[in-house]
Write a protein that binds this ligand. Structure first.
Ligand code: ADP
Ligand code: MG
Ligand code: MG
Length: 869
């Protein structure tokens, strides 16, 4: 089958086989934009190559010949021509963009002979040899794995020795010396000569790109971004245009809107007399795109036109790479631009206002995972005003407020972060090798490079605080120090980085919670309109509940009542309860706790108002309330005046081999109904009290860990009787519900029968995952990663729903329950309630809400909306 497409044969929606870069190059050509000619070798060819012994097939080689011929005809150039030499770039590009992850080779086709003729034809030997030294460097590093430093180290020392400040200052003669040295480096490092034949160069480069799909940093990036490992990369072969051919040429990158703030304004950088990644690599500090308007107004105008065309065509912010050759503009790439959460929200908001996209589309333009960036803290303005500046010239590359200890290498960052330190990575610039260190750091600070440098792009993608281009700092990574303003900081010194202003400070600075913008509120409103599932929170403390409601949770999906037994005085009474030998003693101990719990529920209901609030009755095994160490036992025996021997006996009686499978949840209340009676008294008491103030609490009492209908019926009766008694005593009534948590596989299997008696179900996904797999939540960590790495499990079932197993169990449960009791309210609480992928599945079921921790509520709302559109 066809493995190569000329750019004019492809289009936008062929990303699967052409990769993102290739498909967009084709699309731009269709749109009539100035794109240099070329062709794309498909991702299928890459997969075939990797699967079939890493050899280019004859079929592919023949097709390649045909397309090279085609390219030569179209351009009027040829690999073998002296007057019209064809040079190409070889560029990788997978379906999903992986910035900086795969390597590009420029100026391919040059050799010792034709570099001379290129110098003569162009009358520019500096240019010709500059191209050649770049080719040698990129080819050597990508194809023969010669370390970049081998070339760069020599290059830098040559510049220094001869007093050249910038790359472009080196004259032709100097570049020739460098070229010769580079060729020696090939022999020293790779025991190979640089191949002189252009076709050999091309096929070796294609193979190297194919293989780079499996290099380590590509794998790390894919793991981090959940990109499949088996989709392969396409290879684009494209006629070169030259940004390094003098001062009327250059290269640059621009975003159609500001990727950090979202501001609707062209945002970019360029360098004159430069090629390829010079801008991104931070070799010289680039110029702002507006300056181009002064230097080459015609080109600037043409470029602005292109950016408008591309944005309205793709209906999203674009990240565009361009090159100028002798004042002629070429577009080399466009893709949907990576952006911070703040920018994503602003762009989505503005594009709705501008009439470019609908609300439904806008909801999809913000990545759920990025949303908590918006909730990140910022430095307190008062504290900032007091703080001592380390750098004030940096660029606000990716927002956030981070404090940590300085480290100077990715490896140190990784090691120290693993040891529990908060670290900040400081480097002159970053490169793809630094990815893991960047992940491990709280923030990244660089001295070179602009807003589109590697550090900036990658940090924004990760939602990590980043400041680039701190030209007032001198970072020495070898000797591990930073010089600023005549002073020095060393490894381990604490600094604070403000990614929203680009400033860096000494020491730790106090933070405050982020303020939410009007755009955030409006945007989240759209998400709520679009969504079908409601989102509640799992919360019990005042602070958490307030946070969840501030994020528009529609109620509480889980109040865990355990902690209500842990206050100092309550714990004494709880222990008395556990050690009591009669019903009367137990009731008396609990009667002291009930007052506290009533107050707790009162404050919860007050915050909830009329929003539904699920209260789970006591769930953990009793031994959790007893002392563990010998000293603690002594202290407790004294404190509650009980025989030490009795206490020790009780502790050993309550000891369980598998407490998670033991005497807990509803099983406890079957033995000690007083417990749930006391909690019911507190819940109903609190609700009645609020009723007097005109607040109609909407209590939903939930019985945990049920696995038989009898358990539920017995306990429901107990709760009801107690509630009736309390209401009767006060001669008042209130409405409340009684339901069950569905967290054992047996409860799922008898869902129909349970639904007859239960007014609501809430899936407790943590226990349900544990019991369905038979994986102990507390111990599974020891082997689950191995299972995931070896693809025995696709996901950690405690973090993301196992759709095929547990998902089907939940689906069946919902269907059976609804059949018997169409009114039953069903929700999901536990970790999975806030996980976007799991929510996607839950949204396909006939349920009412998901519930998650308060700070995950906005993400969950957005995820419910996205799964609806
Ligand atoms: P990446 O995926 O890392 O962005 P690219 O394939 O886009 O890699 O190549 C990096 C840079 O190389 C481009 O931004 C562009 O400046 C330069 N480049 C690639 N192909 C060409 C070409 N045909 N002519 C001129 N420059 C090119
Ligand atoms: Mg690159
Ligand atoms: Mg690119």
């Amino acid at each position: 089958s066809k493995k190569i497409y000329a750019f004019e044969e492809g289009k936008q929606d062929m990303k699967d086989i052409l990769g993102g870069k290739g498909a967009n190059l084709s699309e731009m050509m269709r749109l009539g934009l100035p794109v240099p000619n070329g062709f794309t070798i498909t991702t299928e060819a890459c997969i075939e190559y990797l699967e079939q012994g890493e050899k280019l097939t004859d079929d592919l080689l023949n097709e390649l010949k045909k397309y090279i011929k085609g390219l030569e005809d179209k351009t009027g150039k040829a690999f073998s021509s002296k007057e019209n030499l064809l040079l190409v770039s070889v560029r990788s590009g997978a379906k999903i963009s992986m910035p900086g992850m795969m390597d590009t080779i420029l100026n391919l086709g040059l050799n010792d002979e034709n570099v001379e003729s290129l110098a003569q034809v162009t009358s520019d030997a500096r240019f010709a040899y500059d191209c050649y030294r770049r080719l040698l460097q990129m080819f050597g590093s990508v194809v023969y794995n010669i370390p970049m430093e081998a070339f760069e180290g020599y290059f830098e020392s040559y510049k220094k020795e001869n007093g050249y400040q910038f790359d472009a200052d080196i004259p032709a003669e100097g570049l020739k010396v460098i070229v010769n040295k580079y060729k020696e480096i090939y022999v020293e490092e790779a025991y190979k000569q640089f191949p002189q034949d252009p076709i050999t160069q091309l096929t070796e480069a294609i193979e190297a790109v194919f293989k780079s799909w499996n290099n380590e940093r590509a794998r790390i990036y894919r793991d981090l971004n959940e990109i499949p490992h088996d989709i392969g990369t396409a290879v684009n072969v494209q006629e070169m245009v030259f940004g390094n051919s003098g001062d009327r040429s250059g290269t640059g990158v621009a975003f159609t809107r500001n990727p950090a703030t979202g501001e609707h304004k062209l945002y970019g950088e360029y360098l004159l007399n430069a090629q390829g990644e010079d801008v991104v690599a931070g070799i010289r500090t680039p110029k702002e795109i507006e300056t181009l308007n002064e230097q080459m107004p015609e080109v600037y105008k043409a470029f602005v036109d292109v950016t408008k065309k591309l944005e309205s065509h793709y209906k999203d912010m674009q990240d565009i790479e361009f090159t100028i050759e002798n004042e002629k503009l070429f577009i080399l790439q466009t893709r949907t631009g990576k952006r911070t959460a703040k920018a994503a929200m602003k762009i989505a908001f503005d594009m709705v206002e501008e009439g470019v996209v609908s609300k439904e589309d806008a909801v999809k333009m913000v990545d759920v995972k990025s949303i908590d960036q918006l909730l990140h803290p910022a430095f307190k303005p008062e504290a900032l005003a007091q703080a001592e500046l380390v750098s004030s010239l940096g660029l606000p590359a990716s927002p956030g407020a981070a404090t940590g200890k300085i480290v100077f290498s990715a490896l140190d960052a990784k090691v120290q972060a693993e040891a529990g330190e908060s670290v900040i990575l400081m480097r002159p610039e970053t490169s793809p090798e630094d990815i893991e260190g960047m992940i491990a750091s709280r923030a990244i600070v660089t001295t070179h490079g602009g807003m589109t440098s590697h550090a900036a792009v990658v940090a924004r993608g990760m939602g990590k605080c980043c400041v680039t281009g701190c030209s007032d700092l001198e970072i020495n990574t070898k000797e591990k120090y930073v010089k600023y303003d005549g002073k020095t900081l060393s490894e381990g010194d604490v600094i604070s980085v403000d990614g929203s202003t680009g400033k860096v400070y000494i020491g730790e600075i106090e933070t405050t919670n982020a303020e939410r913008s009007d755009e955030f509120e409006t945007f989240m409103g759209w998400a709520e309109d679009v969504a079908h599932l409601k989102v509640r929170m799992n919360a019990e403390t005042e602070q958490d509940i307030q946070a969840g409601y501030a994020f528009n949770a529609t109620g509480i999906g889980l109040v865990r009542t355990e902690h209500m037994f842990f206050g100092e005085e309550r714990l004494i009474e709880m222990r008395r309860f556990i050690l009591a030998s009669s019903h009367e003693e137990r009731v008396s101990a609990l009667s002291n706790i009930v007052k506290y719990q009533t107050e707790d529920f009162e404050s919860i209901f007050r915050l909830s108002g009329e929003r539904p609030t699920i209260i789970r009755l006591l769930d953990p095994p009793l031994h959790e309330f007893l002392p563990k160490s010998a000293e603690e036992v002594n202290a407790v025996a004294r404190q509650i005046v009980v025989d030490k021997a009795l206490l020790e006996r009780r502790i050993s009686e309550l000891h369980e081999f598998n407490p998670m499978l033991g005497h807990r949840g509803c099983r406890l209340a079957i033995t000690y109904p007083e417990l749930y009676e006391m909690q019911t008294e507190a819940i109903i008491g609190a609700a009645l009290k609020l009723q007097d103030e005109g607040i109609h609490a909407n209590a939903e009492i939930m019985i945990p860990l049920v696995s038989t209908v009898e358990e539920f019926k017995i306990l429901k009766d107990i709760v009801k009787k107690k509630a009736d008694t309390i209401m009767h005593k006060q001669n008042k009534t209130i409405a409340y519900k009684i339901g069950t948590m569905i967290e054992t596989p047996r409860a799922c299997l008898i869902a129909g029968a349970l639904a007859e008696h239960s007014e609501f179900f809430s899936f407790g996904t943590n226990d349900l995952a544990q019991l369905t797999y038979g994986f102990s939540r507390d111990d599974a960590g020891k082997f689950i990663n191995e299972y995931i790495n070896r693809d025995i499990l696709a996901v950690d079932p405690f973090q993301t729903l196992d759709v095929d197993g547990i998902g089907q169990l939940i689906k069946m449960t919902v269907e059976n329950a609804k059949q018997v009791n169409p009114q039953i309210k069903i929700g999901v609480c536990g970790e999975l309630g806030g996980d976007p992928k799991s929510i996607h599945f839950f949204n396909t079921l006939d349920i009412d809400y998901v519930s998650c921790s308060p700070f995950r509520v906005p993400g969950a709302i957005l995820a419910t909306a996205q799964s609806q559109v």
